[in-house]
Design a protein around this ligand. Structure first.
Ligand code: XMP
Length: 528
């Protein structure tokens, strides 16, 4: 693999993604990894990420000079660049500034030298280009053996390279999209380092199928489908590997949007041939939600009922398998690589963890503890890779490209008590909004657009000849990269007008459409 050493501040994951976009496999490893630990992984190349620290700060993660003597190509980025300079005897000027935001700078490549091409990293790129740079310490002189290959007005040593040892460093962030030729810098490094470009979707599928077969053997497997892309792709992979040993459970809690349950029940099953058990739990969920208005209480009730419904179905499967002399031993989870990195987990060492789904008193005939081993076929993948795998496995487009939708569904988009009638109102309004956004071609450019029903608010309106006293719905279109922060999407006025006209005409009980123009923070994306 290409190992990306994580010096913090979320750059490492982005770098790992860019490496994969360049068709090479990458993994993020913690800054605390020793040189021996890094080399044990037999890396094709190593990238040292940016990070918020100053190399002069107390306790700042430093790079041991041994790393550069192992014959492994290394690219240092920003903090990694400075740490590299310091370790190899360059001069890093202390500015006392930490990294704050970034600025665009024009890169000025340094003259070609007599020894050959002046730059591996910048090969084939325009002599001046825009790069995203953050303020921190600055490298004042390159270590011995290195050539300075780029500079900016603020950073005279903005890149250095030692072609013989295949060691490289850049002060700017090639992994962010603001750096116009950033992806090319990363590709130039990888290809210059002879890292194979062999990370393909077909290869991922093949490898995972083999792993799943090895892990599962003849045992049976259960998987909960949520309607979202992760669980759908995870299940499809497991099905590709072990076929009918897999049974999927879909809990229809009645809080889904129009057409979603059908999408899972019909389109997904048709595309995959998966054995699906649908639990129709709408009544149960509505019963549990009756009288609740507090967001946390609603969420808790939905979560509780969900586990209950799922484990009931799982217990039935376990019992049925038992009668047939088989054993349900595994549970599929759609865990993605960012979750693994963020929870500090490692991909290697340790095979699988065990999830215990506790039983409840009200489910008859259930064993005290249902214990499953986890199958997590997406554990090494980023979201865009999961989508590519899903598409290659032939899943319906609408499922592969589905925007995020919260587990508690429409239950947290009705402000007030959730009732069947209110769900119907919101479902109709939501369907109109989604139809118009799709029609306008915006599905892939906006992150998501919750539609919220203010069920306890009424306002006076006039429609036809009469006075109305109806409810408002809120449009919450947002743009985001990861849902941690978001901005409200500037939808075209004509589109908003069309949505407003259609929703007030077509949805009984709704006489007003309002637009939420709050970013996150301070507002969350969902209203509850
Ligand atoms: P917030 O409202 O916290 O939402 O800004 C961030 C993102 O997470 C989604 N979301 C959820 N997803 N279960 C989920 O699977 C949940 O309980 C949940 N709550 C919020 C939300 O749609 C947005 O994409």
């Amino acid at each position: 693999p290409v190992l990306v050493v994580d010096y913090g501040a979320q750059y490492a994951q982005l770098i790992a993604r860019r490496v994969r976009e360049a068709d090479s496999y990458s993994e993020v490893v913690p800054a605390s990894s020793t040189v021996a630990e890094l080399l044990e992984r037999d890396p094709a190349a190593i990238i040292l990420s940016g990070g918020p620290a100053s190399v002069y700060a107390e306790g700042a993660p430093l790079v041991e000079a041994d790393l550069f003597e192992a014959g492994v190509p290394v690219l240092g980025i920003c903090y990694g660049f400075q740490a590299m300079a310091k370790a190899l005897g360059g001069d890093v000027a202390r500015t006392g500034l930490r990294e704050y935001g970034g600025t665009d700078a024009a890169l000025e490549p340094v003259e070609e030298t007599a020894e050959g091409p002046s730059s591996v990293l910048l090969d084939g790129q325009p002599t001046t280009q825009s790069v995203w740079m953050s303020h921190g310490d600055a490298v004042r002189s390159a270590p011995p053996g290195f050539t300075v290959t780029a500079s900016t007005p603020g950073a005279p040593v903005a890149a250095f390279e030692d072609h013989a040892r295949r060691l490289y460093g850049v002060q700017w962030h090639p992994e962010v999209k603001h750096s116009t030729f950033g992806q090319q810098v990363i590709e130039n490094f990888l290809r210059g380092a002879d890292v194979p470009a062999d990370w393909t979707t077909a290869g991922v599928i093949e490898e995972q199928v083999e792993r799943i077969r090895a892990q599962v053997g003849d045992a049976r497997v259960v998987c909960g489908l949520s309607g979202g892309v992760d669980s759908a792709v995870a299940a499809a992979l497991v099905h590709r590997a072990v076929g009918d040993q897999l049974t999927c459970v879909f809990v229809d809690h009645g809080l889904l949007r129009a057409g979603e349950a059908e999408q899972v029940e019909r389109d997904y099953v048709e595309a995959t041939g998966i054995d699906l058990v649908v639990v129709d739990a709408e009544e149960t969920f509505l019963g549990a939600l009756a009288g609740l208005t507090d967001p946390e209480e609603k969420r808790k009730a939905i979560g509780r009922e969900f586990i209950r419904a799922f484990e009931g179905a799982a217990a039935d499967l376990v019992a049925k398998a038992g009668e047939e002399g088989a054993e349900v031993r595994f549970l599929v989870q759609g865990t993605l690589y960012p979750d693994v990195v963020e929870s500090g987990g490692a991909l290697h060492g340790g095979t699988s963890s065990t999830a215990t789904i506790k039983s409840h008193h009200n489910v008859g005939g259930l064993p005290d503890d249902l214990q499953f081993e986890l199958v997590e076929p997406l554990r090494t993948l980023f979201k865009d890779e999961v989508r590519a795998v899903g598409a290659e496995l032939g899943l319906p487009e609408a499922m592969v490209w589905r925007q995020p939708f919260p587990g508690p569904g429409l239950g947290i988009r009705i402000i007030g008590e959730v009732t069947r009638e209110r769900l119907e109102t919101l479902r109709t309004a939501d369907a109109v909004v989604r139809e118009e956004l799709t029609e306008a071609g915006l599905d892939r450019s906006i992150w998501q657009c919750p539609v919220v029903l203010l069920a306890d608010v009424r306002s006076v309106g006039v429609q036809g000849d009469g006075r109305t006293y109806g409810h408002p719905v809120v449009l919450r279109p947002v743009s985001s990269d990861d849902a941690m922060t978001a901005d409200w999407s500037r939808l075209p006025y004509d589109l908003l007008a069309r949505i407003s006209t259609r929703v007030t005409n077509e949805v009984d009980g709704v006489n007003r459409v309002v637009l939420d123009v709050t970013s996150k923070p301070p507002g969350t994306i969902e209203w509850e």
